[in-house]
Design a protein around this ligand. Structure first.
Ligand code: BGC
Length: 407
């Protein structure tokens, strides 16, 4: 069985869960935030587990991987950066990891720098999916394969593959959670009030999340079971530039002031992710007069949001095991470095123990459909934090009952 590193931490008692869910996550149980600098990366022979050594020829070849992440100010990208670095370094690659402070020009400069450093592969999570056309033309001219990581990079034929989660399903899970929690199919004449908060219009994922949620809830809005007092139901009306917490908070304070100050009850705040949910939760805490507990959705399993879930201030989050996204990226990247053209077969041959679909239809970046590897998100609530996040090795649980990410 090919699988990267079963950690000591996850030995015996957790093995069943790990194998059922994702063996690859186990290796990430070792915190990567303090991972050694690229130059200190362990040689491939030392890093590769014995059972991988025979199959793995690329590790010996080595090379440098340039990883461009959007920002450290949104929690998940710190985990992505750490996991990706850990994966590639574990196979003997040198890693150059950049964060661009959510500034588009900075990301262009960072990628230019990686190209100038002659990296052999680029892994990029774009800040603005539309702004990398020129710099990626340069990457293509330099013969550097590019993996579009998590967010689809638009209008460039320089990207070879897209690796992400099923983004539409993320939204569907949020919408379905609301349907089930309020038992909307049996609501009769009862009505519930809902407001939407979506993500950054520059992020191609944001519309997928919003559409997944909205499409799931639309039948109930059409029937009148769900009511949107603000009337804001279009993506552009509910979007949040840069997924910024303060921006989401301010917009929601305005909504509460304008549509709920007369005592109207808010039942649901459908938020596309955790950074926006955090702002919406703050607004509800400070500016909502109602005493009911509002259903608040999210995505990512950010630390503050998990604490809010434990404290009943947020209701659910959609968790995406980014440790597995990093594993998939490593295997796709290695295939590209060997000059291969990976396809659906990689899912089996790589021995991934997490669910993944190969999709050649859904993600057109304006130059054609980009072959995509899409991992599967899950719903996390107060009830299953231990099982889904802690027992799987992604988080540790404090004595105080709060979960902390490992990566
Ligand atoms: C990611 C989400 C994340 C958001 C903000 C999206 O592209 O898929 O997981 O919440 O960016 O960081």
């Amino acid at each position: 069985m090919k699988k990267k590193f079963l950690s000591v931490l996850l030995a015996a008692s957790m093995m069943a869960t790990v194998l059922a869910g994702c063996g690859a996550s186990a290796d990430t149980a070792a915190p990567a935030a303090d991972a050694p600098a690229a130059e200190e990366a362990a040689p491939a022979e030392e890093a590769a587990p014995a059972d991988d050594a025979a199959a793995d020829t690329s590790a010996a070849a080595g090379g440098t991987v340039g990883i461009s992440m959007p920002t450290q100010s949104l929690e998940r990208w710190n985990r992505d950066g750490s996991y990706l670095k850990e994966q590639f370094e574990g196979k003997g690659y040198t890693v150059e990891l950049t964060y661009s402070d959510n500034k588009i020009d900075q990301q262009v400069k960072d990628i230019e720098g990686l190209i100038a450093d002659n990296v052999n592969l680029l892994v990029i999570a774009a800040i603005d999916g539309e702004s990398l056309t020129q710099v990626l033309a340069d990457a293509k001219a330099a013969g550097i394969p590019v993996i579009s990581y998590d967010r689809l990079i638009m209008n460039t034929d320089a990207i070879s593959y897209y690796v992400s989660f099923d983004n539409y399903t993320v939204g569907k899970l949020q919408g379905q959670y609301v349907v089930d929690a309020l038992d909307l199919d049996n609501a009769g004449d009862k009505t519930y009030n809902i407001e939407f908060t979506a993500g950054d219009p520059a992020d191609n994922n944001a519309t997928f999340f919003f559409n997944g949620a909205y499409d799931t809830l639309k039948p109930y809005i059409d029937k009148g079971t769900l009511v949107v007092p603000s009337g804001q139901t279009k993506f552009d009306q509910v979007a949040t530039a840069q997924w910024d917490t303060a921006t989401a908070m301010e917009r929601f304070q305005n909504i509460l002031g304008s549509y709920y100050s007369d005592g109207t009850q808010l039942d649901v705040a459908l938020c596309s992710n955790d950074s926006t949910a955090l702002g919406v939760t703050q607004a509800i805490q400070s500016d909502y007069a109602g005493k009911n507990s509002v259903i608040i959705t999210g995505q990512d399993g950010d630390e503050a949001n998990l604490a809010n879930i434990v404290d009943d201030k947020q209701t659910m989050t959609v968790y995406k095991a980014v440790a597995n996204e990093a594993v998939a990226t490593l295997d796709i990247g290695e295939a590209l470095l060997k000059g291969e053209t990976p396809d659906e077969g990689l899912i089996k041959s790589a021995g991934w123990e997490f669910e993944c679909t190969y999709d050649t239809e859904s993600y057109d970046n304006g130059t054609g459909v980009i072959p995509s590897y899409l991992l599967v998100p899950i719903v996390v609530t107060k009830e299953n934090i231990q099982k889904e996040l802690v027992d799987t090795g992604y988080y540790t649980m404090d004595k105080d009952g709060y979960a902390h990410p490992v990566g």
